[in-house]
Design a protein around this ligand. Structure first.
Ligand code: LRH
Ligand code: MN
Ligand code: MN
Length: 431
């Protein structure tokens, strides 16, 4: 039994108040779905086995380049962050893994970190390297790039940092490395597109060589920012080229916020699935750019359509299909624990809705070119309120029917607020 940061009786008392209403809702939904030939318990079991990783950098309050407004009881170090992640998992039963970001996460002793995670019942998802900002005391600056830098010493330093992330990851049980770089340019002519990409590929090949045989490497594309004229790994096409150049342990990571507004992300997902190069996701939502808003808070239909592709891939029994599901968000005005709880639920909601799509009917409508009914088939699933399924999956796994309410009832934030001082300055999710 893992150590629990919230007392079990507090969750039990909150569940007690809600369980009879949940049973009524679950039965009603079960009857509706059964009329459509769907067994609700099977869907609930699938949902209970769907997990999404928490980003260590997401449990601290984020900020913009203008200001950061810290909340109370923010994590002071990676151990505090793991405690907060454990709370999210205890309540949702949906987030047993944590994705680290080095050196934002200062890992002095990986074995001690692993022991802390083990005690909390947590494990580690992909490691994230950081060569988009300078760490104190590093020899070469990343101001003009890292893995694609014109200077070989800078490139070598960035390569070694990624290898260090792999080494830490090996000790704590991670099985993947995610590489996102900010390399690019701010002026036409500032860099040579082809030479930069050649240098980047050479650097990535050096990192790839050091990847253990049972690991995967994910490269993450992003259209712009911090470079505003050109970016070295700017879109999924370039990302696909990287993954094919590197080899069969290399895959593309899709961060939902890294595309131009209105880009058809679900179609990108379908392409990567078809050519066996979908590595995983950074889930978040956005209105304008890489806003890092809470998953499903702006466009839940788009999230559903992404999951529709993933469930379609499962339905077609796509070989070697196991994308990594991770959240990548910044919480500027909410309690990060509450936002991450809601996001994990929204992601599971999209999955549950995608699971109840009548795939046979959809296929028939597609074959018959019945555009309206094909669309209605998706909409019928999307319009279904699957909350009773999500709540029942949580309850059956030992979580909370209403996780935010249970979190508030627990007083966890107030209690850690007494031991963790407010950190007034600092940017992003860096604590
Ligand atoms: C870049 C990014 C990438 C980083 C994270 C902090 O915008 O999405 O995944 O590692 O944000
Ligand atoms: Mn990301
Ligand atoms: Mn991003």
């Amino acid at each position: 039994m893992p150590e629990q940061r919230i007392r079990a009786d507090i969750i039990a008392a909150d569940n007690e108040k809600r369980v009879s209403a949940l049973k009524v809702g679950y039965e009603a939904l079960g009857a509706k779905l059964s009329g459509e030939g769907i067994d609700i318990d099977t869907i609930t079991e699938n949902v209970a086995e769907f997990f999404v990783a928490i980003p260590s950098w997401g449990v601290g309050t984020g900020g913009t380049r203008f200001a950061r407004f810290p909340g109370i009881g923010e994590p002071r170090n990676i151990f505090d962050k793991l405690d907060d992640c454990a709370v999210i998992h205890q309540l949702t039963q949906a987030t047993p893994r944590v994705s680290l970001h080095i050196p934002w996460d200062k890992v002095d002793d990986p074995r001690q970190l692993k022991a802390h995670a083990d005690a909390l019942g947590l494990s580690f998802d992909a490691m994230n390297s950081n060569t988009f900002s300078d760490a104190p005391g590093q020899e070469h600056s990343y101001k003009y790039g890292s893995l694609s830098h014109t200077n070989s010493g800078t490139r070598q330093q960035a390569i070694e940092h990624n290898i260090e992330c792999i080494e830490i990851g090996k000790i704590i049980g991670s099985k993947a490395l995610t590489v996102w770089i900010g390399d690019g340019s701010n002026f036409p002519g500032q860099t040579n597109f082809m030479r930069s990409f050649e240098r980047y590929l050479d650097s990535m090949k050096a990192i790839y060589k050091r990847l253990p045989s049972d690991w995967r490497i994910f490269t993450e594309h992003k259209m712009y920012e911090p470079a505003f004229y050109s970016t070295v790994v700017q879109d999924w096409g370039t990302n696909y080229l990287i993954a094919t150049e590197l080899g069969n342990k290399a895959y593309c990571l899709v961060d939902l916020g890294h595309h131009a507004p209105n880009v058809n992300i679900e179609m990108i997902v379908a392409r990567l699935v078809q050519f066996r190069k979908l590595g995983g996701f950074h889930f978040n939502d956005s209105k304008y750019g890489d806003d890092d808003l809470d998953s499903g808070s702006i466009d839940p239909y788009r999230l559903f359509l992404v999951f529709n592709e993933l469930v379609d891939a499962e339905y077609r029994k796509t070989r070697d299909f196991h994308p990594a599901h991770m959240i990548d968000q910044s919480h500027n005005v909410t309690d990060p624990i509450e936002s991450l709880i809601c996001s994990a639920n929204e992601i599971r909601r999209a999955y549950a809705q995608a699971l109840i799509v009548d795939r046979k009917a959809l296929e028939d409508y597609q074959e018959a070119n019945d555009a309206l009914m094909a669309s209605e088939t998706l909409k019928n699933a999307f319009r279904t309120d699957v909350e009773p399924i999500l709540a029942m999956a949580r309850l059956k796994s030992g979580g909370a029917i209403a996780p935010v309410a249970a979190f508030r009832a627990s007083g966890y934030r107030e209690s850690v607020g007494k031991e963790r001082p407010i950190v007034a300055s600092g940017g992003g999710g860096i604590v």
